[in-house]
Design a protein around this ligand. Structure first.
Ligand code: ADP
Ligand code: MG
Ligand code: ZN
Length: 483
């Protein structure tokens, strides 16, 4: 039988406001070496008698996220207590939004092989993060630095149909959150975490089957692998006459398998009830309109503008806007108006991307400003250096932070466009390779490419290639005449 996967996501993203959700402790990204329990206060460690105060900016960031995902913003929302016991949860409950989330009924459009698809968003709501547990030998240690950090939860409808679509969704969502300034997108620091619900059904049917919910997926790779594994696993179970029952699963990254954490009978009963320490939160139309005005240009719009304004292809523009920093860098270089935007895009998505990958650095961390890149491209275009050498110069710029002019001077890389000089080198190369010259004269045209390579080699790659090509042919033809 043909099966169709059905997948929904719940995504948690930390909101990097100045302070925590209900107190004034700072929000710090988990770099792994922060001293534990230093960014805490009586409120986020749940001392008796303390009261929460809502962080206005966190509410605004959630509304902005809702708006970016085409949601409706509820005019009145409420916080609830979600009760459960876990040592990293100091209050014994988490303040979340249950029945009245801030934003509902939106969508996010993703690109798929079959064209764009809309993944519906059920809701976007606001809650607080828990602390963290560390198990050291026999002891369990708890660090509350993260307790009370504002968290956005984004819940999709079960609209995704493959692991690729899940990855596309997660990637796009991350881009949007970074563009909005909600978080840094640094997945290694746990600023975005995923839970995927997966079921399969006979292709073409409409009902929903019981699902497996995979918890704690902290990277795109883990997310996509876990979903792909579950799909294959569930099909196998059904094919062999078994049944899939609703379960909560963990993901074993090392073995590449999911495992059962708890079954339905042991499902949590969170005993939600309205948070008595916080009043309902009214969200006026004016406030929402004001926030709508604050929305930055988002990746889709920016890509469309790059296509229209700079004449780029959609794919190329997509590569540039995927990372906001890269898009900003490209624009800063493009507005200088000195080099053709398409050539500029080639340099960025070609050599610069390679160098970013090799150095493991973001474009903002490279010591090459947009002006410096443009200056180099101009030097290539005016023939001061040839294209190949230009690429090497950029590599050197990234390594040293020096500008192109300095590197070209110091390393003597300037292009040789002096005709007399080139003629001398060509004559010498031809004299050294009589066999190849003879082959050419017998009609073997391809030899020109090889001879050209020898000339480039003799000039350490500095010769002007267009000139070499022309002069080489001319010289060979002269020799033919002299035979
Ligand atoms: P719960 O109340 O248990 O959290 P929700 O209705 O909120 O359940 O759904 C949680 C997530 O699971 C959502 O992303 C939703 O799209 C997804 N989901 C719900 N039912 C299914 C199903 N049968 N198959 C796959 N995903 C599902
Ligand atoms: Mg849920
Ligand atoms: Zn605090």
């Amino acid at each position: 039988m043909e099966y169709e996967p059905v997948i929904g996501l719940e995504v948690h993203a930390q909101i990097h406001t100045g302070s925590k959700m209900f107190c004034s402790c700072p929000v710090v990204e988990d770099t792994g070496d922060l001293p534990p329990n230093t960014y805490v206060c009586p409120v986020c460690t749940a001392m008796p008698g303390t009261l929460p105060v809502i962080n206005r900016r966190a509410v605004e960031m959630t509304i902005l996220t809702g708006l970016a995902l085409h949601c409706r913003i509820n005019p009145i929302t409420r916080f609830s207590r979600k009760n459960y016991f876990y040592p990293d949860l100091p209050k014994g409950y988490q303040i979340s939004q249950h029945s009245l989330p801030l934003a509902v009924d939106g969508y996010l459009e993703i690109e798929t092989e079959a064209g764009p698809r809309r993944i519906r968003i059920n809701n976007v709501h606001l809650e607080e993060d828990t602390g963290k547990l560390y198990h050291v030998g026999d002891a369990s240690l708890v660090d509350f630095n993260r307790a009370g950090v504002p968290l956005i939860e984004i819940v999709t409808e079960p609209d995704m149909r493959s692991a690729e679509e899940v990855r596309a969704f997660a990637t796009k969502l991350r881009q949007i959150l970074v563009y909005l300034g909600v978080n840094s997108g640094d997945m290694e620091k746990g600023v975005m975490r995923f839970e995927a619900s997966v079921s399969v059904r006979p292709a073409g049917s409409a009902g929903l089957n019981p699902r497996h919910e995979i918890k704690n997926l902290n990277s795109f790779r883990a997310l996509a692998r876990a979903v792909a594994y579950e799909i294959a696993h569930q099909i196998e179970v059904l094919e062999s006459g078994g049944q899939v029952v609703q379960q909560t699963m963990g993901w074993d990254e090392a073995r590449g398998v999911t495992y059962v954490q708890r079954t339905k009978e042991y499902a949590h009963d969170y005993r939600y009830f309205p948070e008595p320490d916080l009043p309902p939160l009214e969200v006026s139309r004016e406030w929402v309109d004001e926030l709508r005005g604050q929305l930055p240009e988002l990746p889709d719009a920016r890509r469309a503008r790059f296509v229209a304004e700079h004449g780029l292809g959609a794919f190329e523009a997509g590569l540039l806007v995927a990372d906001k920093e890269v898009a900003d860098y490209y624009e800063a270089a493009a507005v200088l108006g000195k080099v053709d935007p398409k050539t500029l895009a080639n340099w960025v998505t070609g050599v610069l991307f390679r160098l970013m990958k090799e150095t493991g650095k973001g474009v903002g961390e490279l010591p090459v400003s947009p002006q410096m890149l443009v200056e180099l491209i101009e030097m290539v275009q005016t023939g001061a250096v040839n294209l190949n050498t230009g690429r090497q110069v950029l590599e050197e710029m990234v390594a040293t932070g020096h500008d192109a002019r300095r590197i070209i001077e110091e390393k003597g890389l300037a292009q040789i466009s002096d005709e007399a000089n080139l003629r001398l080198v060509i004559e010498q190369v031809l004299d050294e390779h009589p066999a190849q010259v003879a082959q050419y004269l017998k009609g073997k045209e391809q030899v020109v490419g090889w001879l050209m390579g020898q000339v480039m080699k003799a000039t350490q790659g500095r010769a002007n290639p267009q000139m070499v090509r022309a002069l080489l042919r001319e010289t060979l033809e002269t020799r033919r005449g002299q035979r």
